[in-house]
Design a protein around this ligand. Sequence first.
Ligand code: WTA
Length: 569
Amino acid sequence: MKVEVYKSTDQNPNLTNYEETRDNFDWQEVEKHFSWHETGKFNMAYECIDKHVDDGYGDKTALHYKNGDSRSSYTFKDLKTASNKAANVLKDAGVEKGDRVFIFMARSPELYTSLLGALKIGAIVGPLFEAFMEKAVKDRLQNSEAKVIITSPELVGRIPVDDLPDLEKVILVGENVSADYVDFKTEYEKASDEFDIEWLDKEDGLILHYTSGSTGQPKGVLHVQYAMVQHYISGKYVLDLKEDDVYWCTADPGWVTGTSYGIFAPWLNRATNVVVGGRFSPEAWYGAIEDLNVTVWYSAPTAFRMLMGAGDEIVKKYDLSSLRHVLSVGEPLNPEVVKWGMDVYHLRIHDTWWMTETGAHMIVNFPSMDIKGGSMGKPIPGVEAAIIDDSGNELPVNRMGNLALKANWPSMMREIWKNKPKFDSYFIGEWYVSGDSAYQDEDGYFWFQGRVDDVIMTAGERVGPFEIESKLVEHEAVQEAGVIGKPDPVRGEIVKAFISLREGYSPSDELKEDIRVYVKEGLAAHAAPREIEFKDKLPKTRSGKIMRRVLKAWELNIDAGDLSSMDDD
Ligand code: WTA
């Protein structure tokens, strides 16, 4: 297929030159942006909020929150006060430096202020997506030995407190809160608006994001305070944030994009940040851009494909002329979506590639770079990427292999929570191996090819087949289950489950629906299989491992490759 090239525009002559920046780059120079370089006083919440008040920007709008027709705005001074109060509420609830504090609620101003408040104490925050059901919540809280969770009345029933011996307090943000919980709003009203921030070390914990692999339970990816250096500089160069920008990242803080680029990068750069509550709809989204005059917009391929599917007419009903810079993350950005973006928004959509584990941007389409439609771009300054074989040898251009990164950037994960072997398994020598396959072309652009493992990417969300299979086999009718990602034009992939039934159960549409709902209500809506196929028997290795590779080949009608390890009796 012919590659379309979209030149970096003449619209903005002040764009930072990629090669020049890369060739002169030094992480230690970036550190000098921060006052902690001299003072030694360091805390992500301070650098995001209080510092701007100290520097005279207290009255600048830090946050616009919009949900349907309701709208509220907060200055940096407002957020300083609100996060101080939240920190006092959490401190009274017993939170101390290093404790894991989970935040489990829908996007709301309280989510952001309590997250900042927890950081001011030096706690490690664990944001949980509101769609998680009991099992998903339990696994994450148990593994991290969480001490406190902040939640809402709609979600509190999904926290199995009896199974969580380490959980000391549940803080509820709601009305008429029963005595079983800490009443956030009442305590917040009473709390002092002064708080002594806990000054931290660069390697002190910041945030714990759980993410799925192809085997085992979800992994707790730990990032530390020092990651801010990379959040800051990628916000400046890649998001291209400037003083007057109104910036909207559509991701929920339950995913890493919603924290690194929905909280840290914009506020470290003193941008006005937009949070939109509620569900996706083209009207709500375009309406938000129009109403709030969004200038920089960071979203995902699935969203762009849904907007594309909604047709070009709807775009004309909104004034989107405030937009000047658009970015995408989470899955491959199809060349036709980039082309469509040029047609309807008259802007290039800049693809960015990175992972929960990398904490921040790795490979991107820098604003000043020519975009090759379908390519992820090139490594950000300060990051070295390569394509390597399974022994760690670098491969020549245009050869597909493991996408790997030289492991020494600031926002690199420091730990998989309580799982050193898992952490170690990411590395071959000095290379961090991403689990993605890709190649690099003769101009240095990287091209994503797929996951090396069985991880499913559905609507930009990473779901591990193992977690779903484990839930499926808990259903009374399910004997065995194998789960794969099936290609889908809008969602990238959908979750498809192959299931063999127990004695006494027979296939039916009702049973399929029952199983689907079982996963949806027990684990999470996005993990529920959109397709289920019953089989008498699933393909397995002699050691009893379900061969997802064979299921995938069945699905795609392709050759399953080497079947020598398959147990065929
Ligand atoms: C995939 C999201 C193609 C990839 C920030 C990676 C992408 C995984 C892109 C990480 C992209 C992310 N093009 N694939 N631009 N960005 N991915 O941890 O497979 O939720 O390994 O982080 O998403 O997903 P995660």
